[in-house]
Ligand binder design. Structure first.
Ligand code: TXA
Ligand code: MG
Length: 326
């Protein structure tokens, strides 16, 4: 069994670099969720990421870069992708672009695709990647199909026996994974709603985002049961049933809320940003209450609500389907 250390981000860069150079994988904070990071050019490191997560090998990883020149050495940017990168990087946006044949990314990381998902994160990861001088492959730091981790403790509870180091920078400020976009035939396709609301992207791009062709093989992690707590999840709940826990939102409560086994409110004031930050940790906490069902109050679809509802509907999806997870 691996001894997993948690180090504060302020002390962690050197030990993190030493482990990454040795082909190990470690958990690092990003502004979205914690990532399970390894050198994207090292096949052994990339294989360890899949192994630690229990992730199907056909599900490609995001390569995280420190700056635009690293990004351009890996992917081929069309003008619209470059415009979006300039507007939103560093930040919670992932762009799928054509992979340069000489990029040096290990083919395991891209699952053999001719495209690559690229993201420039904020915070500890940015400095780490710059110091390493190589891109980091990093999926969310959770076992495949489980809820993403928004704190170092949550990573250790899930993956602590499989990795040597978790770098701790506290709770992740966005709390949801990045938005994934692909420019296709001059149009913009949303592969996964996330930390940048689609409306903000439309404003910068000056054109609509196609939300209706996501969740196919190109983003296998987008299919069916995912982000699954142990309890069943019931959406758009207008009332709380016997033995249920309640995930609330805003000032107005569902009927019989006082009978819930446990209640957590994503945001008393109905603020979607605050709700996004709390979503995964509250789902975990309600799951730990022992309730068999987590009832969820309705959450509006605008702004970050689109990504919140996406994660909740995956958490509620049937669990017995043999589908891809990430
Ligand atoms: O915020 C985030 O994006 C976090 C942090 C750690 O960066 N990462 C993350 O990674 O959520 P992961 O692996 O859990 O989700 C990445 C998604 C998967 O659904 C994968 O299928 C998709 O990106 N993906 C990766 N490469 C792709 C590609 N070339 N084309 C389409 N989808 C791709
Ligand atoms: Mg994930």
């Amino acid at each position: 069994m691996t001894i997993c250390e948690i180090l504060p981000a302020t002390d962690a860069q050197d030990p993190a670099l030493a482990l990454l150079r040795a082909g190990q994988v470690i958990a690092i904070p990003t502004e979205t969720v914690y990532g399970l990071a390894g050198d994207a050019t090292n096949g052994v490191a990339v294989a360890r990421i899949f192994e630690a997560k229990g992730r199907p090998r056909f599900n490609p990883l995001i390569a995280h870069v420190a700056d635009m020149s690293m990004a351009e050495s890996i992917g081929i940017f069309d003008p619209l992708s470059r415009k979006l990168a300039e507007a939103f990087w560093p930040g919670p946006l992932t762009l799928v672009v054509a992979l340069r044949p000489d990029a040096g990314i290990h083919p395991l990381a891209t699952a053999g695709l001719s495209t690559i998902a690229l993201r420039m994160p904020r915070g500890f990861g940015a400095g780490l990647i710059a110091a390493l001088g190589r891109p980091l492959a990093a999926p969310s730091a959770n076992s495949s199909g489980k809820i993403s981790a928004t704190s170092a403790e949550a990573v250790r509870a899930d993956l602590g026996e499989k990795i040597p180091l978790v770098v701790d920078a506290g709770s992740t400020p966005v709390g949801l994974e990045s938005t994934i976009l692909k420019v296709e035939d001059g149009g913009l396709r949303l592969l996964r709603p996330g930390g940048v609301p689609a409306e903000e992207i439309e404003r910068v791009a000056g054109r609509p985002v196609d939300r209706h062709r996501r969740g196919n093989v190109e983003s296998p992690g987008m299919l069916a049961s995912h982000y699954a707590p142990g309890a069943a999840v019931r959406l758009c709940a207008g009332e709380v049933g016997p033995g249920e826990a309640l995930l609330a939102f805003g000032p107005i409560r569902a009927k019989d809320a006082d009978k819930a086994l446990a209640i957590l409110n994503l945001s008393d004031g109905g603020d979607l940003r605050e709700a996004a930050t709390n979503l995964f940790s509250y789902l975990k906490a309600l799951d730990a209450s022992g309730a068999k069902v987590i009832a969820v109050e309705p959450i509006p679809m605008q702004g970050l609500g689109e990504a919140i509802n996406d994660r909740l509907s995956r958490a509620a999806a049937p669990r017995d389907m043999p589908l891809a997870r990430s």
